[in-house]
Structures are given as structure tokens and as C-alpha cells.
Design a protein around this ligand. Structure first.
Ligand SMILES: CC(C)(COP(=O)(O)OP(=O)(O)OC[C@H]1O[C@@H](n2cnc3c(N)ncnc32)[C@H](O)[C@@H]1OP(=O)(O)O)[C@@H](O)C(=O)NCCC(=O)NCCS
Length: 182
């Protein structure tokens, strides 16, 4: 699973996979390093990798908790200010730009009870810079969230969503996935 995920993540950057490309991505891409250590954390070397993951995330300027469920082929573009809550789930071939928040939403009842929800991002979703997705919502496969969209409701597959509050402005769109992995 570790190698398959690393191959997919490398493929998203270069359009193909090889060990030299993995090494060059590790040397040159701070967001790839954060992704690499996340994959290590979720492998049998998890305990050893956790401190390293904190360092790579800090240097990339991202919060990407080590227990987050992330499918193969995640692309993090620029990355600065990316915040992913640990309960979020991210599918395959997803793209996240800088400043994206995948956030927990707490609904606090009149009696003080707290209902907590986290987003699910399905395969091939592309989330533009500074978009915010909150709570137990599902962003359907192949959808595109515009820069700055604030999304608090689920989005059907292949939708383009813009604005705050977010609105669906196109349906049946083409997914935006550079170098999808197989
Ligand atoms: C929203 C988006 C996904 C739609 O892409 P698209 O389907 O190709 O549509 P267009 O770019 O042609 O835009 C359609 C309309 O939405 C408007 N629009 C584009 N981005 C918008 C945004 N983030 N918020 C609100 N409106 C936006 C356009 O001005 C256009 O309006 P018009 O029809 O009145 O002229 C895309 O514009 C976007 O935000 N992508 C993120 C790209 C980005 O941020 N890149 C920077 C990376 S560093």
C-alpha cells in the first residue's frame, strides 16, 4: 500500500513514476515531503515517522494530520495554509490548493450536546485556493470548488461550485485532474 500510494502521488506531479522522480520530488517539493511522511505514518513505520511528519508539515506550512484517510494520488499545489481536520476523508486523485480548509463543524444543541462532523472528498475533486469545506458534507466525484468557495452542504458529482454561500453554477462538468494515476 505504501509503495502504491507513493507511486500515485509521484505520478500526479510528473505524469509518470520512477525512483529517481520520487527522490527528486523529495529534494525539491516541500508539499511532496509532507505527503511522503503522511504515507510513512500510515505504514508499519508509523511510530518512527510521526516526529518527521510534524517537521515536514511545519516546513510545508500545512496541517495534514497523520491519521487522515487519504486515497492515492493526492496533489497539493502550493500548499501554504492548507488545513485538513483529522476526521476528513480524501479520495483518489484529489487536488488541494493553498489555503484550503477541510474543517470540522460542531453543531451545539440547546442542551449543550455537540454533534461533530467532518467532510468527505470523493475521487477526482479539485478544490481551489482558500476554499473552505465544513462539517459532515460529501463533495461528489469529479466536482470542482472555486477559489474562495465556502461549502457547508453536500455537492453532487461533477458540479462546479462558487462563492459564499456556495452555489452550484455548473453540472456535469469535466473533472480537473492533472496527471491522474490509474
Ligand atoms: C470556478 C472554476 C473552477 C470554474 O472554472 P470554469 O468552469 O472553467 O469557469 P470559468 O473560469 O470560465 O468561470 C465561469 C464564471 O465564474 C466566474 N468565476 C471564476 N472563478 C470564480 C471564483 N473563484 N469565485 C466566483 N466566481 C468565479 C468567472 O468570472 C466566470 O464568470 P462570467 O461567466 O460571469 O464571466 C475556476 O474558475 C476556479 O476558480 N479555479 C481555481 C483556479 C485557481 O484558483 N487557480 C489559481 C491557482 S494558483
Amino acid at each position: 500500500v505504501l509503495l502504491a500510494s507513493l507511486k500515485a502521488d509521484t505520478h500526479r506531479i510528473h505524469g509518470r513514476w520512477s525512483w529517481p522522480l520520487l527522490l527528486s520530488s523529495l529534494l525539491t517539493s516541500r508539499t511532496y515531503r509532507a505527503l511522503f511522511t503522511l504515507r510513512l505514518c500510515q505504514s508499519r513505520w508509523g511510530a518512527l515517522a510521526a516526529p518527521l511528519h510534524r517537521l515536514t508539515c511545519a516546513s510545508a506550512g500545512v496541517d495534514l494530520p497523520r491519521r487522515t484517510e487519504v486515497g492515492p494520488g493526492l496533489a497539493i499545489n502550493h500548499g501554504w495554509g492548507l488545513v485538513v481536520s483529522a476526521g476528513s476523508r480524501i479520495g483518489k486523485n484529489v487536488t488541494l490548493f493553498h489555503g484550503v480548509t477541510l474543517g470540522r463543524r460542531d453543531r451545539i444543541g440547546r442542551d449543550g450536546t455537540r454533534d461533530i462532523g467532518y467532510p468527505t472528498i470523493e475521487d477526482e475533486v479539485c478544490i481551489g485556493p482558500h476554499a473552505v469545506v465544513l462539517g459532515a458534507v460529501t463533495i461528489g466525484r469529479g466536482s470542482r470548488l472555486a477559489a474562495g468557495a465556502v461549502v457547508t452542504d453536500s455537492v453532487p458529482p461533477r458540479s462546479v461550485v462558487q462563492g459564499n454561500p456556495a452555489q452550484i453554477v455548473k453540472t456535469d462538468c469535466q473533472p480537473d485532474v492533472m496527471n491522474p494515476c490509474g
